[in-house]
Design a protein. Sequence first.
Length: 166
Amino acid sequence: MLQPLRRKIWAPVGQTPIDYPWNRRDRLSVMCALSVAPWAQRLGLYYDLLDHNCHAVDVMRFLQAIHRNLRRTMLVIWDRLQAHRSAATQLAQAGCPWLEPRWLPAYAPELDPVEFVWTQAKYGDMANWVPDDIHDLQNHLQQHLEDYRHDPVRLYSFFRIARLPI
């Protein structure tokens, strides 16, 4: 959202830091997936930015794009978001043999490594930052996600924090 996430920051004594955020409710929806190639121990990050709320059709397109890139059967571990459940059902009905959905337990974000991508972006890299407009927010977020994509140590850390073996 265009409203910045405020965190504690340091400033010289008597100089209170002031930011002037937009008073708008524009937002981006972002889909993200982390991939593991077990035979090569290679990690990957895929993402898509949307200008609307995420629906099952968007999730299906996102998975199909990842499948076109990986060209393998995908074991997809999902949280129980309605759009995920609906997309899994629709893809199964469409006869997509390349998709094997598995579900995380309900209310267990600590097991989802993608949640740590958002934690790093929102509470780390983008905290106290005020975007000029929605395009500035999109560009800034995209730059951070590209940085994560090209940093295998960081990608590995998202799995390690979730305590998932690779």
